[in-house]
Design a protein around this ligand. Structure first.
Ligand code: FAD
Length: 422
């Protein structure tokens, strides 16, 4: 069997693996990326949030991605019947990027990997990691190559960025049930021939059909728009008696008064894909000689588009810490990796939970709007969930619930804000 040796082996060339690869390569680390599929490949996760721009910059991919003319995203719109709540990232609390992209991931990830290859990164497509064994920090990973043969790769550090493949959680039995209730989604792209002119046509939107059911609309610069329905698994299953995803998504679109005219009769670009009970969690996010990043570790929910951001945040952080370890530093992986990532995950977990209880929607649609509250929530939606100066980060575990309670009980919102020094 062929045996190769690298310093860092990365499983998966999605957002997480790509930024990690870019960062390590830039720092002269001998790396290899093993990718199961041939890019471009379809994957969900098309609405980004501004924090990812930091990660793509650190991974050296930002300029190549920016040159592609992907649709720019400056905020997000939430629709509930006649009510509209707009977030504009330029009005967020604190520092950070105020724009990002909404992208067909197949092309986006393809451009990222082509740029890595151009820079000299060794990516092996159509090759699958099937086993791995550790001796201290050193690992020997078995890969089934495109021609069916097996080879082994020895590495001093392993980054599992295999996303939904969840390679190490499966091989090391690290999977744990998510604390979120089971939700599912069905999505496709449509040729958006009824797209209105101007901002309305390109506006990314979340149309709330019921408190716990919503439709996503993500227009791309190529003229297609991604449309997806999300809700409790029982609801999603009830949309079609015959498990027909096209029938189910068509029915969901008919439920949207806002979008029925735009998308109601349009053909789907591909047979809608269904993702059932998509939330995932792990017992631990690292071990001796490896980290789990992106969807290979935790995935919460698509509602605030946090998935790619966590993938790139954990990918870049893993790469930085692995580099320091390779250079001889002792890394406190619990504190510097796991605790840090878990702090951010905790904030978004609260927001996801409070979305589905309806409490966050109460805040979003409350009139008159409170600009301070809006700016702070906006910073969270932009992915800046580690800024402890933001009370909507620091007090995430109670601020939304308490404020919704005040609003629902006709208490004066400003009094609460003053009392709690928000
Ligand atoms: P991936 O993008 O999944 O990449 C992992 C790569 O690893 C893949 O290319 C795969 O082929 C490869 N791989 C797998 N197994 C192996 C193996 N054995 N060997 C080698 N390679 C392997 N996120 C957002 O930010 N915005 C959104 O709008 C959004 N919408 C979503 C909607 C739904 C319904 C769901 C379920 C998720 C959504 N997400 C969204 C989440 C997003 O899809 C993921 O968080 C993101 O793709 C994770 O990136 P990643 O790099 O961890 O994994």
């Amino acid at each position: 069997m062929t045996i190769e040796e690298v310093e860092v082996l990365i499983i998966g060339a999605g957002p997480s693996g790509s930024v990690a690869a870019g960062y390590l390569h830039k720092n002269n680390v001998k790396i290899k990326v093993i990718e199961k599929t041939l890019f471009p490949r379809i994957v969900v996760g098309e609405s980004l949030i501004p924090r990812v721009m930091d990660h793509y910059a650190e991974g050296g991919l930002l300029d190549a991605l920016d040159s592609q003319g992907f649709e720019k995203k400056f905020g997000a719109r939430f629709i509930r019947g006649e009510e509209i709540c707009m977030f504009d990232f330029s009005n967020k609390f604190g520092e950070g990027w105020d724009w990002t992209w909404q992208i067909p991931r197949a092309e986006f990830d393809y451009v990222g990997t082509q740029e890595l290859i151009r820079k000299g990164v060794d990516i092996e497509f159509e090759s699958e990691v099937v086993a791995t064994a550790f001796e201290g920090v050193n690992s020997t990973t078995t890969v089934r190559m495109k021609n069916g043969e097996l080879k082994q790769i020895k590495a001093k550090f392993l980054i599992d960025a295999s996303g939904y493949g969840r390679v190490l959680p499966r091989l090391l039995e690290l999977d744990e049930p998510s604390q979120l209730s089971p939700h599912s989604a069905i999505f496709t792209h449509v040729l958006d021939v009824n797209r209105p002119e101007g901002v309305e046509g390109t506006q990314i939107s979340f149309d709330i059909l019921q408190t716990d059911v919503w439709l996503w609309v993500i227009p791309f610069s190529n003229g297609n728009t991604s449309v997806g329905i999300v809700g409790p698994t029982a609801f999603i299953n009830s949309l079609s008696d015959h498990s027909d995803t096209a029938e189910a998504l068509q029915k969901a679109i008919q439920l949207s008064e806002f979008y029925i005219n735009r998308f109601g009769n349009l053909p789907f670009v591909f047979q809608p894909k269904k993702l059932t009970n998509y939330s995932a969690a792990v017992k631990k996010m690292y071990g001796e000689g490896y980290t789990l990043t992106g969807n290979s570790s935790e995935f919460l929910d698509p509602v605030f588009s946090s998935g790619v951001c966590f993938a790139t945040e954990s990918g870049i952080l893993s790469a930085k810490l692995a580099l320091r370890q390779l250079r001889g530093e002792v890394i406190d992986w619990e504190r510097e990796y796991s605790d840090y990532m878990k702090d951010g995950i905790a904030v978004f977990t609260t927001y996801v939970k409070e979305w589905y209880t309806g409490n966050l929607q109460t805040l979003f649609f409350h009139q008159p709007e409170n600009p301070d509250v809006k700016r702070k929530i906006c910073a969270v939606l932009a992915g800046y969930v580690w800024n402890q100066e933001n009370s909507f980060v620091k007090k995430h575990d109670r601020v939304i619930r308490n404020m919704a309670y005040m609003i629902n009980n006709n208490k004066e919102l400003m009094d609460y804000i003053k009392e709690d020094n928000l």
